[in-house]
Write a protein that binds this ligand. Structure first.
Ligand code: NAD
Length: 457
């Protein structure tokens, strides 16, 4: 049992909120997870996770004594910490839509009390100034209700990756806390103490990685904390776009981008991660966060040419898939194209800004037939994009049967082990394999009878 056990409310039970809530309960806090979506709450009350995230259902069971799920904000009344983890999607102009966060702040304000310090935490990714905005909204609500409360606002950006979200929460590289209140920072230090000191009972389902060193804590002001999150995502997106730009030139000059990445990645100043050339980045965060950063720049009439180029280049990578098909098949209309993978990355069912969606739209527009298989994301795709005329198949080989070309979009582990000869046997005509993640060895693919096309090699 955690000796520093706190009462915590987490608002929003999506990828971030649910993982945070479940992990904080696992390390010994008493957690209430709140969501306006009754379907999600009902599923959670039955021990089912509304999102696909490895390990989450095991921890739901493990921490069930410390966890409550509800659509009501009433437990905020007694909470030491209230974590806002609602969505902040892009608006049409690229700014972050703060309407969910602001609505949550209004609700939280109704339940704040004056009996003890309560810390309201922005964990959602939010533009600079949002901590101040949340404070303003709460103050206005309190004054409207003629109430007082003892509260502070903190910014605590989240860096977890979908697919390994539980691992990233229990074993983070660092924790960033921004607040103007030292007392608030101390409460959050206490909340994170079992993670910072790694004193929690390690769940069997998510063992501590060997050689893991204690995470650092960065305490700062709210504006810097908000900027840290955007800067981190913009940097990672830029790293991927950079290697894709180099990959394009490698194709022209006959170099191999995998070798180049290996060569530069061993330089400790560069590092080898996020240097895989391919179809580029996707997901709920990079596109919206780079757009939000660019739009903040515009507000201040400050151009961000590097980040703008990063976004442009990423769009080009998706088009490169189609260009590569056209270069090989010549005519795409009337062809049957298979897609391996729909999710924006492996081990998630998340389709937000998934490259597969753009590729499918282009193929359908060009008059191709699209067959697809994804180990997890097909149901999500069916229900969210009923307009997309995709034919879904129960396994990879069924999806590639009769295809002129197959595009590997998501590097799910099971695709690594695909028998390429079987795949070639099932396909027809040019038997093109566009390897959007450079997952296969070109020589082996060609030997199997496929026309192999990778990225940057
Ligand atoms: P999500 O869409 O999966 O979940 C958001 C949840 O908030 C939904 O369940 C929704 O029903 C709920 N919600 C909306 N309004 C609410 C309200 N007023 N009260 C209670 N619940 C409400 O989003 P997510 O992927 O978890 O992202 C949340 C935030 O975290 C975003 O700002 C995102 O940028 C950031 N973030 C996401 C990731 C990631 O990998 N997904 C990583 C780091 C940071």
């Amino acid at each position: 049992m955690n000796p520093y056990s706190l009462n915590i409310c987490v608002v929003g039970t999506g990828y971030v909120g649910l993982t945070t809530g479940v992990c904080l309960a696992t390390i010994g806090h008493k957690v209430t997870c709140i969501d306006v979506d009754n379907n999600k709450i009902n599923m959670l009350l039955h021990g089912k996770s509304p999102i696909y995230e490895p390990g989450i259902e095991d921890l739901l069971k493990l921490a069930s004594d410390h966890l409550e799920f509800t659509a009501s904000y009433s437990n905020c009344n007694n909470a030491d910490v209230i974590i806002l983890a609602v969505g902040t999607p892009s608006t049409a102009t690229g700014t972050a839509d703060l309407s969910y966060l602001e609505a949550a702040a209004v609700e939280v304000a109704k339940y704040l009390s004056a009996s003890k310090l309560q810390v309201i935490v922005n964990k959602s990714t939010v533009p600079i100034g949002t901590a101040k905005r949340v404070r303003l909204i709460i103050d206005m609500e309190l004054s409207r209700a003629d109430k007082t409360a003892t509260y502070a606002v903190a910014s605590n950006p989240e860096f977890l990756r979908e697919g390994v979200a539980v691992h990233d929460t229990l074993y983070p590289d660092r924790i960033v806390i921004g607040s103007d209140s030292m007392d608030a920072i101390n409460v959050l230090r206490t909340m994170y103490a079992p993670i910072l000191e790694q004193t929690f009972t390690v769940p069997q389902e998510c063992p501590r990685p060997e050689g893991f060193s204690l995470p650092g804590i960065i305490t700062t002001d709210t504006t810097s904390a908000e900027m840290i999150k955007y800067a981190a995502n913009a940097f990672l997106a830029t790293k991927i776009s950079f290697i894709n730009e180099i990959g394009g030139l490698c194709e022209k000059v006959g170099a191999n981008v995998t070798e180049v990445a290996r060569g530069i990645g061993q330089d400790k100043r560069i590092g080898s991660r996020f240097l895989q050339a391919g179809v580029g980045w996707g997901g709920s965060c990079f596109a919206k966060d780079t757009a939000a950063l660019i739009s903040t720049g515009k507000e201040y009439m400050y151009e961000l040419p590097i980040i703008s180029a990063t976004v442009k280049l990423n769009k080009r990578q998706r088009q490169r898939i189609i260009e590569k098909l056209q270069e090989t098949l010549k005519v795409v209309r009337g062809r049957t194209i298979g897609l391996l993978g729909l999710a924006f990355k492996p081990d998630t069912d998340d389709l937000r800004d998934a490259p597969a969606l753009d590729i499918v739209r282009d193929l359908l527009e060009m008059g191709a037939r699209v067959k697809a298989y994804d180990p997890i994301a097909m149901d999500n795709c069916r229900s969210r994009y009923p307009d997309l005329n995709i034919e879904y198949f129960p396994n990879a080989l069924a999806a590639v049967e009769g295809c002129d070309a197959v595009i590997l979009v998501t590097e799910w582990d099971e695709f690594r082990h695909l028998a390429l000869t079987n795949m070639a046997e099932k396909m027809c005509n040019e038997k093109v394999l566009v390897d959007g993640r450079n997952l296969y060895k070109p020589g082996e693919a060609r030997q199997a009878g496929l026309t192999y096309i990778g990225f940057g090699r």
